[in-house]
Design a protein around this ligand. Structure first.
Ligand SMILES: Nc1ncnc2c1ncn2[C@@H]1O[C@H](COP(=O)(O)OP(=O)(O)OP(=O)(O)O)[C@@H](O)[C@H]1O
Length: 277
């Protein structure tokens, strides 16, 4: 475990990537990524389509291996954990959190406890029903608890996916574009639930996000990728500048401070100044 003694408090590195490269044949999807994530921090990974965001998440979660370089989770190489050990530490929530299978909401959410159970599905000293009920209640899913997943909307299924990872109680949560299919209210609600949960449990969050305005409001730090390389790393408020967004995405945005918090917010400009075609 890497511990750095700061003047205020000890920082523990939850995740450390060192010189990560992932090549597919001759093509380098990621090149020489080095990055350290402190325990309890909230990082956004941003960058254009094809810049390597999902590839990076796959390497961090251990489902894919780098061509060179390494990932350490709490000081231990990701590949040296068993699958089950790793899923007690890391949970992954995908863009479309859960497939529309025939299991009920409660059954799926309870599956979040699998990594903590023995081969008979037992877990000492833990009341799975109670944990599940609390999470269902918190996410407003009690009335849907006995409904099959294939009878839910995409947004409801995404909430169930969040409930499942909350029940899993990981130390690190990786999210790949979790708000893509959610309407405005659910996007905000989803991010607020994550923020509350992080505050309470100290979970480390790493989220690939396309919505830069939401990103600026929720993520303290950003890793900006372009063509598989790190284009910027650090505090969101400092990285989200007009110049960088132009450089990375090739658009000319208008940047304004959010009237509530002052964090940078972005408006897109059409290609002609008066907006006419
Ligand atoms: N299995 C693979 N074989 C070959 N190329 C791949 C493979 N997986 C990803 N790539 C390529 O690697 C690059 C990065 O892909 P990745 O999915 O990580 O991008 P991304 O930033 O997540 O994109 P998006 O925002 O569109 O989801 C892309 O050019 C993609 O075509």
């Amino acid at each position: 475990m890497t511990e750095q003694s700061g003047s205020q408090k000890t920082r523990i590195s939850a995740l450390e990537a060192t010189g990560l490269t992932r090549a597919f044949g001759e093509f380098h999807a990621l090149e020489n990524i080095s990055w350290s994530v402190d325990e309890g921090s909230w990082w956004g990974i941003i960058g254009p389509n094809g810049s390597g965001k999902s590839t990076l998440l796959h390497l961090l979660s251990g489902v894919d291996q780098p061509t060179s370089g390494s990932v350490h989770i709490y000081g231990k190489k990701v590949g040296s954990y068993s699958r089950k050990e790793l899923s007690r530490i890391i949970a992954v929530l995908q863009q479309e959190g859960l497939p529309p299978v025939g299991y009920t909401v409660r059954e799926v959410v309870e599956m979040g406890r699998f990594p903590h159970q023995d081969w008979l599905g037992r877990e000492k000293g833990v009341d799975v029903d109670l944990i599940t009920d609390r999470v269902l209640e918190r996410l407003g899913l009690i009335s849907l608890a006995d409904r099959a997943l294939d009878r839910l909307s995409g947004g409801q299924r995404q909430r169930v996916a969040l409930a499942k990872v909350m029940v899993q109680e990981p130390q690190i949560l990786l999210l790949d574009e979790p708000t893509t299919y959610l309407d405005l209210r659910y996007q905000l609600e989803f991010m607020e639930l994550l923020a509350e949960w992080r505050q309470e449990m100290g979970v480390t969050i790493i989220a690939v996000l396309h919505d830069l305005n939401l990103t600026a409001q929720f993520c303290d730090n950003l890793l900006v990728l372009k063509d598989g390389k790190v284009e910027g790393v650090g505090a969101s408020a400092e990285l989200l500048t007009k110049e960088r967004i132009h450089r990375v995405y090739g658009v000319e945005p208008v940047m304004l401070p959010h009237p509530d918090s002052g964090v940078p917010q972005l408006l897109l400009r059409r290609s002609t100044r008066d907006g006419s075609r």
